[in-house]
Design a protein around this ligand. Structure first.
Ligand code: SF4
Length: 304
């Protein structure tokens, strides 16, 4: 296996648990306040009605059956021995703390589950929910994934996120006060952003001291608002070579303490564009090759 020039979540899991650990994507039937009118309607422009759910999750099954079915698949495909329950679809803190406790604890009861990842919006963390997460953090290996997407409010408004960057900063600070591990989601290639603006969002992650990041390229999904812009010809997407350069630039500026949970979004059956993102492995290999060519690595352009 190639030694990566950036710190990966996969390696962290292997170090910590001494075996192959796989995330199990779950859909607990949540909604999203940016879809149901509580904060906004229509959702973020890059999201569709599946609410960022992973493809292949047997959503028709109850939560614990989803877990069992997906575990068997991952055990077979990756020889996984332990699992992390990944509450991925929609906004996974959008319920009362009591309801959430029931869902999270149902997954944690499985002896092969060693942790949880909970994906949510920064403006959906009321105090009782934060207290629940802090309690679970004492008992299990817990990550909170928070959508930042960009630090620029102009872009956040343009993509209909329904919150400002201030809201993200507040959420990170409140989570850090509880000792929670935070992984930020960041999208490269959002409409109207320059390379410098994207890289300033990367540097903002250093300033905030988050623990992990998921980088995504902007892609267009069927049924999203972006699809209409794309079909009208008013949306510019990054090319593959451009994305590879940008990710390498971002990695060189990123604090080596911040773990990379992902370097690009997944090619999905509902993808409209860009076509190159269907071949994820090729892109990841190109990123490795570019870092080797530059003889650089995560954090190598940081001034100490
Ligand atoms: S990306 Fe998340 S916050 Fe935005 S509409 Fe989709 S589920 Fe809601």
């Amino acid at each position: 296996m190639t030694v990566k020039r950036y710190s990966t979540f996969t390696e962290e899991l292997r170090r910590r648990f001494g075996c192959r650990v796989q995330r199990v994507s779950l859909d607990a039937g949540f909604s999203c306040p940016n879809r149901d009118g509580r904060i906004g309607v229509g959702g973020c422009s890059f999201c569709n009605e599946r609410g960022a759910a992973a493809v292949g999750v047997p959503v028709e099954l109850p939560l614990t059956d989803q877990l069992q079915q997906s575990k068997e698949y991952l055990r077979h495909k990756f020889k996984a021995e332990k699992f992390i329950g990944y509450f991925q679809a929609y906004t996974n803190t959008y319920a009362t703390a009591g309801h959430l406790r029931g869902l999270y604890e149902a997954v944690l009861q499985d002896p092969e589950v060693v942790g949880l990842i909970i994906g949510t919006r920064p403006d959906c963390l009321p105090e009782p929910v934060l207290a629940l997460l802090a309690e679970l953090h004492q008992k299990t290996y817990l990550w909170l994934e928070l959508g930042m997407q960009t630090m620029h409010d102009r872009t956040l408004a343009a993509i209909n996120r329904g919150h400002t960057h201030r809201s993200f900063v507040d959420a990170v600070r409140r989570c850090q006060a509880q000792g929670l591990r935070v992984c930020a989601h960041l999208i490269l290639g959002l409409p109207g952003e320059t390379r410098e603006e994207m890289l300033s969002s990367v540097q903002e992650l250093n300033r905030l001291g988050v623990d992990g990041v998921k980088l995504h390229h902007l892609h267009v999904l069927k049924g999203s608002q972006l699809e209409e812009e794309y079909r009208r010809g008013t949306l510019r997407l990054l090319g593959r070579a451009e994305y590879v350069q940008l990710v390498c630039d971002a990695l060189e500026l990123l604090d080596p303490r911040i773990m990379l949970h992902r370097l690009m979004g997944d090619g999905r059956s509902e993808l409209v564009a860009p076509d190159w993102s269907r071949r994820k492995l090729e892109v990841l290999n190109l990123i490795d090759a570019e870092l080797a060519k530059r003889n650089s690595r995560q954090g190598s352009r940081l001034s100490h």
